[in-house]
Structures are given as C-alpha cells and as structure tokens.
Unconditional design. Structure first.
Length: 407
C-alpha cells in the first residue's frame, strides 16, 4: 500500500486525487493539543450552531402550526420532534415502564432505539434540569468532538493544508446538518466512531475497538464500523506481532449482544429490536429493486401528500449518492470504507421503502473527504456545492424545526 510522504513547505502542493490512501505510519501521532486549524474548525462549528439556533428561534415565530396564534411556544419546542420523543421516553421511563411493551396495541416501539444516547441523556439530566436542553448539550459537545476528529482524518487522506477545515465545512453545510444540532444520536455516534477510525490508523486497536463498542451502544451502525475496522486490521497487518490485538475486534459486538439479551429477557424475543423496527418503520426485508420502486411511487406518483413526497425524493437522491460513493471507494480500493458505507446502504435499502438515508449521509465520513478533495481541486465545484447545498440545508432545517419533516 502506497504511503503519502510529508511535503516540505517549500514544495508546491499538487492537486489531491479523489481519495488517496491515508497515511498509516505507526510512528505518526496526531497532535493532541488544539492547533490553529483545529481552532478554525471549532470556530466554524460554533458559527453554524449559532445559525441553526437563530433559524430555530425564527421558525417558531414565522411558521407556527396555527397561523393565528399569538404565542410562539417554548424556545426549545422546535427541537422536540419525532425520534427525540423515543429517546426521551427511554431515558425518563425506561424501555418497558409499568409492564407495558410490544404486547400493547398502542405501544411506541421504543426498543428500536439503542440505549447509548438515552443513557447519556439520563446522566446529563442529573445536572441539567431540562430534558431537551440536556439532549441538545450532548449533541453540541459530541458534535464538536466529531468535527475535530473528521478534520484530523481528512488530514490523513489529503495533503492540502486546508483539508481538515474544508471537510468539516462541507459536513456542517450539508443538507441534513440540522440533525447534528438536535437531540438525536448522530452527533454522539460520530464523536465515538470518528476517533475510533483515527485510532485504527494509529494502530491503537484496543482504543479503536473500545470506541467502536461505545458507538454500537448508540446506533446499529457501530457494527458496520466494526466490520470496516476488522477489514482494515486484516489489510494492514504485516508482522506476526501485528495480529496480537485481533481479539479486541470482537468487542464491538458485545453491546449489541447484551442489548438483544436484555430485550429477550423482557419480551421473550431474541429479535425484539428488529421486530420493533418492522412494526414502527416498515423495515421488513424487501428486494432492493422493490424498495426503490416503492420509494419512487411515493415520491413521484402522487400517492403521498407533497410534504411526504418531497422527503421520499430526498431519500432517492441520497441512495444515488451512496451508491456512487461505494462505487468510487471500490474503484479506489478503499475496501474498509466501502464496506462501512455499503453495509449502511444495504440495511437502509432493503426495507419496504427508503427511510433516513439523508440522515445517514452524515455518518459517511468518506463522502465528505471525497467532496473536500474535489473542492480543493476545483473552486468551481466548491461554489456549485455551496450554491446547491445551502438551499437544501435551509429547507431541511425548516421542515424539521416546524414539524413538517415527515410530511
């Protein structure tokens, strides 16, 4: 595997390829203290958070559910939407309060959500009285960690001095970036998964496996990350001593196994998580082409209201982007990253119809590094991205903050 050698400041920096091989020299250590570029990334992160908070504040006043109301409602109300209710219910009441469960007709299928974020929410709530504020605080801190880790990963792949800042910028301006600022699990997952990937490139496999295990407590995507880490381990192991950390790679499967055991103990069903997904979100297995056809019908055949149709159109676009990304990663022989994104697409692309794929793009760090490489090669591409992503980001933020995300 080729290694990108460091370049002196006097040498001109050539245009970066689409997604080159990362530096994997075990002697290389990323600086822990915040450098100038790290501070720039955090400043950009704070500015984008401020813009979303301003948007949320204005949305309460300009787009209320009742056009004739004179009360804009609580200031944090725009962030109390959809999945937040499930996380809140689990954190506050547990998975099966008062003996209720999937045997009840009005059950909310909360066991479809992994316990990592609710546990963090319950812990932070001990010092932050407002549940919503506690959730936003978790995402705020986790999001800062995530963008710093993403910037450092980008520096491993791209030699340009602006690579980290540019990659973080593209993520924070992406269409679904609003979900990094809400009380959802994306920010917390990235705050664990991205440092895990960094640790793997530093050959610190115990730390990488531990972080991946923590990421698995947050989202099922942690298992996809574990598969990518395992493949990266196999592809980079050379000497016999390199294989000694191999048992650590089984660690990320433990949280999922323990959660399945817990649900079985309460419901008698080893597949309780999957069955909750099926009941609540139509995640029954379908052939990929059937899923595409069902989503296309909902998006363009006027069988849904315009709000729902718009969301399904976004789902189709995100799937196309994901498939193109996997094809590019395979072409570049970036097998671990291709496995990670490919497993995500398989999981999301074999239900009755597509759901949550635009949100899943936030978790595909190879996408943002690839786009950063393109924008560094071509200023016109950067301009095109900003001009196209800005209106989509605004639309998606408003549809979520005004309660119209699901139609």
């Amino acid at each position: 595997m080729s290694v990108i050698s460091p370049r002196s400041r006097e040498e001109p920096t050539p245009l970066p390829p689409l997604l080159p091989l990362p530096r994997t020299d075990r002697r290389r250590r990323l600086p822990l203290p915040l450098g100038a570029e790290d501070r720039d990334v955090l400043w950009l992160y704070l500015l984008t958070r401020a813009s979303l908070w301003i948007t949320a504040y204005g949305a309460r006043w300009l787009f209320p559910a009742d056009a004739g109301t004179r009360d804009a409602g609580p200031v944090l109300a725009p962030f109390e939407r959809w999945d937040w209710g499930h996380f809140l219910n689990v954190a506050r009441d547990g998975y099966f309060p008062a003996g209720n469960g999937p045997w009840d007709a009005e059950w909310d299928n909360r066991e479809a959500f992994f316990p990592g974020f609710p546990l963090a929410l319950r812990a932070v709530h001990t010092v932050v009285p407002s549940w919503t504020a506690a959730g936003l605080l978790i995402s705020f801190v986790a999001g800062g960690i995530a963008v710093l880790a993403l910037a450092r990963i980008a520096r491993l792949y791209l030699p340009d001095a602006n690579a980290g800042r540019r990659t973080a910028q593209l993520l924070l301006l992406s269409p679904c970036a609003v979900f990094l600022a809400t009380g959802y699990s994306e920010s917390l997952f990235l705050a664990l998964a991205l440092p895990a990937w960094l640790s793997a490139h530093r050959r610190n496999w115990p730390l990488a496996a531990t972080l991946a295990a923590l990421a698995t407590t947050v989202r099922i995507s942690g298992l996809f990350l574990a598969a990518a880490l395992a493949l990266h381990f196999v592809l980079t192991a050379r000497a016999r001593s390199d294989w000694r950390p191999l048992p650590w790679l089984a660690l990320p499967a433990l949280p999922a196994a323990l959660y399945a055991w817990y649900l079985h103990a309460r419901t008698g069903d080893w597949m309780a998580w999957k069955h909750a997904q099926e009941r609540g979100w139509y995640r029954h297995f379908h052939a990929p082409w059937d899923t595409w056809n069902n989503t296309w019908e909902s998006a363009f055949d006027q069988v849904q209201t315009t709000g729902y149709a718009f969301v399904f159109q976004a789902e189709l676009l995100a799937m196309v982007v994901g498939l193109a990304l996997v094809a590019l990663l395979v072409r570049r022989r970036r097998w671990p990253e291709a496995v990670y994104v490919g497993l995500s697409l398989w999981a999301l692309g074999t239900s009755y119809w597509y759901q949550s794929i635009p949100r899943a793009t936030l978790l595909w760090w190879p996408l943002w590094i690839t786009l950063a490489a393109w924008t560094l090669r071509s200023p016109r591409f950067r301009t095109a991205y900003v001009c196209l992503a800005a209106p989509l980001s605004t639309l998606f933020a408003l549809t979520y903050l005004t309660g119209r995300w699901a139609g």
